[in-house]
Design a protein around this ligand. Structure first.
Ligand SMILES: CC(C)(COP(=O)(O)OP(=O)(O)OC[C@H]1O[C@@H](n2cnc3c(N)ncnc32)[C@H](O)[C@@H]1OP(=O)(O)O)[C@@H](O)C(=O)NCCC(=O)NCCS
Length: 170
């Protein structure tokens, strides 16, 4: 299990998402995006090895679900897309609870997701990001993602998406 540092010394662990995590995931999603995924979208990826959550035992943290002793403070949804024998990975969603950003949790989630995708045969991984999302772009650049192209007006509010790609073989 990957352990990411947290500011107050509490460990943040990364594990696969389970059904009991979904409400907390949905709350973080709604706090993070103007056009959040619906509950059913997360449900669809349950059981996928690339649907991971970051959790802490700190009760006041994130969204304590009352079902156990963990709070979800972030998540990533990534999957493998078959492509004529050369599978590629797709990071579809990633977010960290607003109070926990800037502590390395996003990087920990992305690192683990890329490892999962690489282990399962992805040679490259792509994602879409809002052109104005400097923080996310900066995170992806840290992981050697490179600009591929722009999709004009990709988002419902008319903003462009940048397609970024990283080659895992390099
Ligand atoms: C993008 C997001 C997941 C990053 O998670 P995080 O836990 O804050 O990120 P980390 O602490 O691991 O930081 C990783 C990198 O992100 C960038 N970053 C983090 N905080 C930043 C800030 N305040 N300003 C600019 N860049 C920042 C940096 O490149 C940082 O690397 P560094 O620490 O070596 O400088 C988080 O900001 C978030 O949930 N944003 C809202 C949802 C979102 O936009 N998701 C991406 C959709 S494509």
């Amino acid at each position: 299990m990957t352990t990411a540092p947290a500011e107050d010394g509490d460990d943040v662990r990364i594990r696969r998402a389970v059904q009991a995590d979904l409400l907390a995931v949905l709350r973080i999603e709604r706090a993070s995006f103007d056009q959040p995924w619906p509950f059913s979208a997360f449900e669809r990826y349950l059981g996928d090895p690339g649907f991971l959550v970051a959790v802490t035992n700190e009760e006041s943290a994130g969204y304590f679900d009352g079902d156990g002793d963990e709070s979800v403070v972030g998540y990533v949804v990534a999957n493998l897309v078959p492509n004529h024998g050369r599978a590629f990975g797709h990071v579809k969603d990633i977010a960290v609870h607003p109070d926990y950003r800037g502590e390395g949790i996003g990087a920990g989630l992305l690192d683990r997701a890329l490892t999962v995708l690489g282990t399962r045969g992805a040679q490259s991984v792509k994602l879409e990001v809002r052109a104005s999302n400097d923080r996310a772009v900066s995170l992806y650049r840290d992981f050697d993602f490179e600009y591929l192209r722009t999709i004009p007006r990709y988002y419902d509010d008319g903003e462009d998406a940048l397609i970024l790609v990283v080659d895992l073989d390099e």
